[in-house]
Design a protein around this ligand. Structure first.
Ligand code: HEC
Ligand code: HEC
Length: 288
């Protein structure tokens, strides 16, 4: 082939791919910047011991430590996401900025996050968000070197094509809480727990209805196979029905759910049983 043609096609190829790279980058950034900030969080942040203890309990049972590290000073996740140093961030950012990240998936630069599972925390109550912030601010700030890892091009590509999205895009799909503590007591408390921790993996409504298709966690209808003692054993020790060790759930239970109080396990079980009973009623009456 003529040298000039080879040269021209090389210019075209590299020129074209530079354009493509630019397009992928700009489209994905455009997506990350397309989410409005929520109204500012104005709830007062307490600093009493009860609030700090509650905040600590929430960071354990809601899994913050699984990603941000045991002492919450941050770590690399899945080789591409950097969960930041939370005590440090909590000192440097306003409560409104922290709340926008925790419940709405928007970071302190106003950019939607890709990995932080805020859909799991959007139903956390104001008082609990305030207690988490109180706890983070009570912790010593340790300087930790964290890697700076760019979002992989494969993810940017899917976002540019519209087949993947920032977490902020699915927050509005999380169902509202349906039970009221005044009338439903423990069932409402259990719903609150399930809808702010189990729905990270078991689906937005706990029915394996995750908006992505690579999930393996079953619908929590599976709890119908569990009596209370079996359920408590799973939560406390990670050992599933029939003495099984589960690939993911067993470790998750040991690191998070072992911190549930006895009452929380009772409430969670009561809620799941009630949810299953309602599901069955709907099924037998032919409702969708
Ligand atoms: C599944 C892993 C995971 C869990 C669980 C998790 N985080 Fe994150 N978090 C991340 C990652 C990763 C980031 C960095 C942004 C990104 O890549 O999405 C982040 C970012 C944040 C930010 C925003 C930082 C900024 O730049 O403004 C805050 C605040 C935060 N997390 C708090 C929490 C709290 C509080 C909890 C528990 C209630 C929690 N996270 C649970 C992974 C997680
Ligand atoms: C971080 C993800 C994650 C969270 C959070 C999570 N689970 Fe799971 N769970 C799984 C996965 C994945 C499985 C399927 C088995 C496996 O691969 O470990 C599972 C399986 C189960 C099972 C079936 C056990 C069996 O007999 O096979 C039950 C019951 C269960 N989870 C209950 C819960 C409850 C209740 C919560 C909330 C308190 C919860 N899970 C939170 C990931 C999770």
């Amino acid at each position: 082939m003529n040298r000039r043609i080879i040269g021209l096609s090389l210019v075209f190829m590299f020129g074209g791919s530079a354009l493509l790279v630019t397009w992928v980058y700009l489209s994905s950034e455009n997506h990350f910047h397309s989410f409005a900030l929520p109204p500012p969080f104005t709830f007062e942040i307490p600093n009493d011991n009860a609030a700090i203890t509650r905040g600590d309990h929430l960071t354990r049972t809601r899994g913050c430590r699984g990603c941000h590290g045991e002492d919450l000073t941050g770590q690399l996740m899945w080789e591409f996401a950097v969960a930041p140093n939370l005590p440090e961030l909590a000192r440097n950012q306003s409560a409104a900025t922290l709340e926008a990240a925790i419940r709405h998936g928007i970071d302190h630069n106003g950019r939607a996050m890709y990995s932080m599972p805020s859909y799991n925390f959007v139903r956390l109550r104001d008082a609990d968000i305030a207690d988490i912030i109180a706890y983070l601010r009570s912790q010593p700030v340790m300087q930790v070197e964290l890697p700076g890892t760019p979002l992989p091009w494969s993810i940017r590509w899917d976002i540019a094509l519209g087949t993947d999205f920032a977490i902020a895009a699915i927050i509005e799909l999380v169902p509202a809480l349906k039970r009221d503590e005044l009338t439903d007591g423990g069932i409402a408390r259990g719903e609150y727990i399930a809808m702010t921790t189990c729905n990270e993996c078991h689906g937005l409504s706990l029915h394996a209805d995750t908006p992505w298709d690579d999930e393996t966690a079953p619908s929590l209808i599976i709890v119908s196979a569990y009596d209370f003692e079996n359920f408590k054993t799973l939560m406390r020790t990670g050992v599933a029905l029939g003495g099984r060790e589960l690939e993911m759930m067993s470790g998750v239970a040991r690191s998070r759910f072992a911190y549930f109080t006895d009452q929380e396990i009772i409430d969670l079980y009561a809620f799941l049983k009630d949810m299953i009973a309602r599901d069955n009623e709907k099924l037998s009456s032919g409702q969708p």
